[in-house]
Every structure is written in structure tokens, then in C-alpha cells.
Design a protein around this ligand. Structure first.
Ligand code: PLP
Length: 398
């Protein structure tokens, strides 16, 4: 809920319903505590702790020096749209037409556009819970009804096709799925995605938004299966992806989506009405990211993998905590029920008393109670130190 002054102009009620991402509030609080001299370790934030690879930074600098200072086409520069199409066609068993690729100012903006396109009072939109909090926030903003797809620890935090399909009604307009997933680190296996797509054939009125922003981030041989691989749903599939996680570019505000041709014109017009185009030098950096050397991804993923194993081992050593080994992204989602704490009070106590920023599971939906999210986008040293402090803190609580 937003508090507007009682005697001022009143915004439409949708603005009473807009939510947010508590990770940003935790980041601000962690920063405030650090500026008071507290030693804070941030395991709350969802961004790689690596810098953007230098050749990508240089491409942006060069673009600025070369005079790329103006508007670009609203849909993105043609060479970048083409590079996205080539990259996707190469990595998946499909061909993507660059005319269906939209360059966006961040991954989030695709969910904004897709949810605005299908959400209105009377419409149901299915979304993963626990899941990225902006899905639900935007669904509520449009007046549509959010319908949670439970993401269960007993299913290693993959979504269940049967459970998802059972939630579809004639009012369902859009299904949002996310694998590899935030906040649980689950990767849904191909068999389950096959079953979902098969079931969707009986529901041709339902659009699908597949958030694949963590597509490069899998471990232990887990396979990311893109929804692009299924020609039978391509005419109603919106693919969300971007550069933020894979290339450590969260602050550049870059993303892309692939749209069915019939919806593309609507999203192009939304861009013209709202953001005009994506920052021009950032688009040249994105082009270099896709077409230049890719070894930085492997280096980052090896570091994440090592940390993942430490985090899971150390969490499972703490009495009262158990942690499924995440197969994707850079988050662990330990079960903390047996500590006797509720999730949000524990996350607050860990930050205020032990100096460790984490996010309470309910910030990702009602099915997040009993868990906290730990991002291992931090150095191994800091992770070990943080786990020492969490262990000591919980032991001191008796
Ligand atoms: N989708 C998921 C599942 C995410 O976790 C995030 C960011 O944390 C985004 C989308 C948004 O990415 P961006 O920072 O590019 O807007």
C-alpha cells in the first residue's frame, strides 16, 4: 500500500496496489548500517558480484566516442536484434526471426509489457510462488487476479506441469514460468516442460511468458530448456531474457524479448509511448557481449558453482536448517522452519544483529514462509564469514 496525502490529488487505485522488490529495501538498509560503521555482508542482492567484462565496457565507450548519442529505433538497433536472433537460434533447436526481437531497458520491462498486455479486472494470471515479486505486483497493478503456482521444495523447486495446468480456467489469460528460477534456484526438467506444453494445447486462449533470464546459469548437468523449442506454442509465447545476469550487466538496464508477430506491434508502440528506445551505447555493449569472447561466463559460473557447494554444505551443517542443492541461478533457499523462527523476523535479526543481509521467503510469495533466500553472489571469504555468523547467531538463540 502506498500512502498518498488525504487532501491532495488522488492517483488511480492501481497505484495503491503496486508492490515492490524487498531486495532493494534490504540493500538500502544494509548500506545504511554499513555507513554507520557496521560490518555488513550482503547475501541479499540478486546481482553478480563480478564487473562487466572489459571488452563489453570498451564497446560502450567506443560507441560514445563514435557519436552514438541519439535515439535508436524503438525496437533496438538492427545489428543487435540480429545478434539476439542468431544467438538464440544457435543455442536452441529453433530459428528466431530478428523482426520478432525487441530490445528492452532491462529484463523487468518485458514482464511489465506482457502483464499490461494481458492483465485487466476479470483476467487470471498464473505466476510462480515463491517467485520474482514483480510478477505479482504488476498483475495486481493491472487489476487482474494473481493465481499462485506453488513451487515446492519436495519437487526440488521445479514447477509441476499438472499442478500448473489444473489452475487454468476460462479466465486465464497468461501463465508466467521461470526456469532456472529466482528465488529457489530450481531448474524444471524437460519432461515437465514437455507435459506443460502438451497440456497447453487444450488451452489455446492462454498466453505464456517464459522468464529465461538465468538460462546460462545451471549446475550439475541440469539442462535449461527454452520454451522457444516448442513450435506448437510459438504463436503465444513471449520470451524474456537479457544481459543482466549472464554478463554481469544489471546496472546497464538491458534486456530483450521475443514476441509472436501478432503482438509485436503493440509492444513497439508501448516502447514509443514510454521509453522511446534503449540507451544507445548500452546497445553496442550488448552487441559486443553476444558476439565477442564468451569465456567470462564460464569463469563466473565456476566461481558460483564453488560457492554454491560451500553455501549448501555450511547451511546443512546448521541445526534446524536444511537446504536443497539448487541447480540454477545463484540463490539458495534453505528451509528454516526447525529453527523456530519465522522467515522475515529471522532475516531482519540476521541483518540487524549479525550483519548478514538475506531476504525472507515471504517476500517472494506466501509459499516462501519457512525459507530465506541467500544469494551467493559474494566472495568465498565473505560467504564463509557470513555462514560462521549465522551459525553463531542461531546457536546463541538457544
Ligand atoms: N526475472 C528474474 C527471475 C529476475 O530474478 C530478475 C532480476 O533479479 C529479472 C527478471 C529482472 O532483470 P533486470 O535486472 O534485467 O530487469
Amino acid at each position: 500500500m502506498t500512502d498518498f496525502p488525504k487532501n491532495g490529488p488522488s492517483p488511480i487505485s492501481a497505484f495503491d496496489r503496486i508492490g515492490e522488490e524487498n531486495a532493494f529495501a534490504v540493500l538500502a538498509r544494509a548500506g545504511a548500517l554499513a555507513s554507520q560503521g557496521r560490518d555488513i555482508i550482503n547475501l541479499g542482492i540478486g546481482q553478480p558480484d563480478f564487473p562487466t567484462p572489459p571488452h563489453i565496457v570498451e564497446a560502450a565507450v567506443k560507441a560514445l566516442r563514435d557519436g552514438q548519442h541519439g535515439y535508436t529505433p524503438a525496437v533496438g538497433i538492427p545489428q543487435l536484434r540480429e545478434a539476439v536472433a542468431v544467438d538464440l537460434s544457435k543455442r536452441h533447436s529453433t530459428s528466431v526471426d530478428s523482426e520478432t526481437v525487441m530490445i528492452m531497458p532491462g529484463g523487468k520491462v518485458t514482464m511489465f509489457a506482457a502483464i499490461l498486455m494481458f492483465g485487466e479486472p476479470g483476467a487470471d494470471i498464473l505466476y510462480p510462488d515463491p517467485g520474482f515479486p514483480i510478477y505479482r505486483s504488476m498483475i495486481e497493478f493491472t487489476g487482474a487476479t494473481p493465481v499462485a503456482i506453488p513451487i515446492r521444495e519436495s519437487n526440488e523447486f521445479a514447477f509441476s506441469a499438472d499442478e500448473t495446468l489444473a489452475l487454468i480456467t476460462p479466465n486465464t489469460r497468461l501463465i508466467i514460468i521461470n526456469s532456472p528460477a529466482n528465488p529457489c534456484g530450481g531448474v524444471t526438467p524437460k519432461s515437465e516442460i514437455d507435459a506443460l506444453v502438451k497440456g497447453l494445447e487444450s488451452h489455446p486462449h492462454v498466453a505464456i511468458m517464459s522468464d529465461e533470464i538465468y538460462d546460462h546459469m545451471t549446475y550439475d548437468g541440469a539442462e535449461h530448456v527454452s520454451l522457444l523449442n516448442y513450435p506448437e506454442i510459438r504463436d503465444r509465447l513471449i520470451l524474456l531474457n537479457g544481459w543482466s545476469k549472464t554478463y554481469a550487466m544489471t546496472g546497464w538496464r538491458l534486456g530483450y524479448s521475443v514476441w509472436p508477430p501478432t503482438y509485436f506491434e503493440a509492444v513497439r508502440k508501448l516502447a514509443v509511448n514510454c521509453w522511446s528506445c534503449v540507451n544507445a551505447p548500452a546497445q553496442f555493449a550488448a552487441l559486443e557481449a553476444l558476439t565477442g569472447p564468451q569465456d567470462a561466463i564460464q569463469t563466473m559460473m565456476s566461481a558460483f558453482d564453488e560457492r554454491r557447494q560451500v553455501v549448501v554444505r555450511r547451511l546443512n551443517d546448521i541445526p534446524g536448517i536444511s537446504c536443497v542443492t539448487p541447480k540454477g541461478a545463484f540463490y539458495a533457499f534453505p528451509n528454516i522452519e526447525k529453527t523456530g523462527w519465522q522467515s522475515k523476523p529471522l532475516a531482519t535479526a540476521l541483518l540487524e544483529q549479525a550483519g548478514i543481509a538475506t531476504i525472507g521467503g515471504p517476500d517472494f510469495g506466501i509459499h516462501g514462509e519457512g525459507y530465506i533466500r541467500i544469494s551467493y553472489a559474494n566472495s568465498l571469504d565473505n560467504i564463509e564469514k557470513a555462514l560462521d555468523r549465522i551459525t553463531t547467531f542461531l546457536a546463541s538463540q538457544g
